[in-house]
Ligand binder design. Sequence first.
Ligand code: UD1
Length: 363
Amino acid sequence: MTSLLHVVGARPNFMKVAPVLRAARGHPGVTQTLIHTGQHYDAAMSDRFFSDLGLPDPDVNLGVGSGTHAAQTARIMTEFEPVLDRIQPDWVVVYGDVNSTMACTLVASKKGIRVAHVEAGLRSRDRLMPEEINRLVTDQLADLLLTPSRDADQNLRDEGVPEARIRFVGNVMVDTLLNLRARAHAVAAPAAHGVAGRPYAFCTFHRPSNVDQRETLGEILAALDDLAGRMPVLFAIHPRTRQRIADFDLGDMARRVTLLDPLSYLDTISLVDQATLVLTDSGGLQEETTVLGVPCLTARPNTERPVTITEGTNRLIPSERSGILEAVDEVLRRRESGDFSPGHPEGWDGKAGERIAAILVSE
Ligand code: UD1
């Protein structure tokens, strides 16, 4: 008998837990509990992902909601503790790098309950990024570090993590992508948005470093508006970004850009798959575009996902108007010569969930 308690909280966690839940269900004697911390709570940020991904309703929703990092992390810890005491699993399985990941790792490790971290070992080496703090703390404490790429193994070794705690399993989000790509294609989101068969750009921006300062957000919106003069630009807006555009009174700067509410998983993949290019600051989209062979421009000074550059379609660009537009021009030139093809990093093969489940039941 093995009991697994999976913790998810924010949008990027949901596509990572789905393949692990499914694969572990295939092992006899495994019991599973799914805890949602409630870090993300809007239907568009949470419920629609559960239905797209075929996830069961969470057994418990901690309902923590938004707050400062300290307040949100503290609330997750306080609400998670009694649930953990009641369930007493063999493993707490945490995903990615969000506040829920770190908060629940802290609680479980102090109680001597083993923690497995899915997507361990990624490093941007930028401690201004809240996710980097979450990754460092989670990997320091977790008992089992399940890595998506070989660079992650090396990062952990370089930090002195014993080899016995590191297991290379590949990228679990790619399992979800490959599994749902045909269904995403069938939702035909490009047709719904009037861009089927035409060149268009798809974009998302939500990182505090890009959207929390008026000047930076203004530069990004100006670049997108310029690009929208040349091809439709569909911008799926995170609630934080929508709020900042209103706070800074920048709505007029992006008049030609099509602003969309946060999209479901299937709509997102449907649009990304057919896009001429993607502009983003998301972690997950850097990986998804690599697998789909769609050029990706990431407005960040660094990435914790270097294989998307060395083996994929990703490129880092400045968060500044002329730099963004130069990079766009280069992508469009290279596209004309047919210069983009899907990347196949090791272990990005749709079987990472099976490898993770096999390890969890045998340890
Ligand atoms: C979180 C993750 C980030 C991930 C992102 C994906 C951390 C530190 N950050 O950032 O790594 O890339 O999720 O979306 O965990 N809000 C809503 N409705 C919601 C959720 C949030 O309106 O359902 C608004 C609130 O105003 C909130 C703000 O978005 O204050 C930020 O939410 P939060 O969960 O703190 O961080 P994200 O920016 O979403």
